[in-house]
Design a protein around this ligand. Structure first.
Ligand code: NAG
Ligand code: NAG
Length: 404
């Protein structure tokens, strides 16, 4: 019986010790999350500034390094991004058509934590919802044509009234404020795009775009985009293609790079090879990819015709993405269509010949008929007065009889 109080005493002592140790960890090494997390929108169309303050509970501990871990949902990559900073603000690019989610933790390190990194167990979070009223324009596409001029176009949303006023705004880090499109592209009396020909846009930096507007029903839902000009390039169309046959019956196709600002070393090419049989039927279609501006192929068979056309885009070693150029005009060997056994009139011409022949025949027959009818009538008219008179006389004589 005497041992029990002793045991209780010892247990109490142990729990006190544990409590004391925990409190040391709590006051000395645990830390609260930051406070006053705010999302600031300076009208930079997706570039947002995030600010916060240190936890009020944090006493100024000497030899302590205070930092923050900021996490935000990167809607472009569809994953969380994290950065560590000792600053109390950070700017990041967001897609304002989606939720903006930001979390921030407090971090402590240095001699005060004996070299280990202490992270607040909780975080402070802010979620900003997009403004989602009204209709938006569709398929905004920006193309940097041959690296000479940039054009952004959007598709027509049938739900947007034609009387709506559409606007495009853009911003990049060299601009203090978002600017409106310098020159709108108008089609069917409606703004359908923006022409940046006269505006120099920096490359390798984010350019934020917003297409918004208003209609009788109220504001339209804004569309936001962020792009870098070097990733929107569509090279010019190749217009100089040459084709020769070697003495050893090989076909050599050569072409020139489009004139313009596109760096030639960055271009990759697609060569489309069509082989046509003597009956005009396609026997082979092949796409060849090359970084060179020439290609040599084994010659085609005697009675076959080879046609080639090329297009280009920027290689992924130079840029993240690129648009294909338009295909060049085809070049063929032999240059002209081979003679067919019997020259056939072209399709589409046959019915025209037939129609003309039929029309001529019908006209002839019609005029014959008309002439015939007229002739018969004339001959009848000559006879008619006689017969009419006889009937009249006959009738009146009958009538007279009746009256009598
Ligand atoms: C600090 O860490 C070292 C080695 O990891 C250890 O020997 C020392 O006791 C720790 N000091 C404190 C105050 O925790
Ligand atoms: C469109 O966006 C610009 C830039 O943010 C803004 O100044 C303008 O008021 C907006 N217009 C409409 C109709 O929402």
């Amino acid at each position: 019986m005497a041992s029990k109080p002793w045991l209780t005493h010892q247990a109490a002592l142990i729990s006190l010790l544990i409590l004391w140790r925990d409190s040391v960890i709590c006051t000395g090494l645990a830390v609260d999350p930051p406070e006053d997390l705010v999302i600031l929108d300076h009208g930079h169309l997706g570039r947002l500034e995030l600010t916060w303050s240190p936890p009020a509970s944090l006493v100024d501990v000497p030899d302590c390094l205070l930092r923050y871990q900021l996490e935000y949902f990167n809607t472009y990559w569809d994953s969380w991004s994290a950065i560590r900073t000792s600053s109390r603000s950070y700017s990041a690019q967001f897609d304002l058509m989606k939720d903006v989610r930001v979390r921030v933790y407090t971090l402590l390190s240095g001699p005060c934590t004996n070299g280990t990194l202490i992270k607040s167990t909780k975080y402070t979070e802010v979620v900003q919802k997009p403004s989602s009223t009204g209709e938006a324009v569709q398929d905004v596409i920006c193309v940097f044509h041959n690296m000479e001029y940039m054009e952004c176009k959007w598709g027509r949303n049938p739900k947007i009234l034609a009387s709506s006023q559409l606007n495009l705004y853009f911003w990049h880090k060299e601009l203090e404020h978002a600017e409106e499109c310098p020159k709108y592209i108008i089609s069917d009396g409606v703004r359908s795009g923006c022409d940046f020909t006269e505006t120099s846009l920096p490359d390798f930096t984010d350019i934020n775009l917003c297409v918004n507007g208003s209609s009788f029903d109220g504001p339209l839902k804004p569309t936001f985009m962020s792009l870098q000009t070097q990733n929107q390039v569509k090279p010019g169309t190749t217009d100089k293609l040459y084709l020769h046959t070697n003495p050893d019956m090989q076909l050599e196709i050569q072409w020139e790079c489009p004139v313009g600002g596109v760096p030639e070393d960055c271009l990759e090419w697609e060569v489309e090879h069509n082989q046509e049989g003597s009956d005009g039927r396609m026997t082979l279609q092949q796409i060849l990819t090359t970084k060179e501006t020439s290609i040599t192929l084994a010659s085609n068979h005697e009675n076959e015709r080879s046609c080639f056309r090329v297009r280009s885009k920027l290689h992924k070693y130079c840029v993240d993405k690129s648009f294909w150029s338009e295909w060049s005009q085809p070049i063929c060997h032999p240059a002209f269509q081979m003679k067919k056994d019997a020259p056939e009139p072209e399709w589409g011409m046959v019915p025209v010949y037939v129609y003309i022949a039929v029309a001529v025949i019908i006209m002839l027959m019609l005029s014959l008929c008309v002439w015939g009818v007229l002739k018969v009538r004339r001959s009848r008219q000559e006879k008619k007065p006689d017969s009419l008179l006889t009937t009249l006389f006959a009738r009146s004589s009958v009538l007279t009889v009746a009256e009598a």
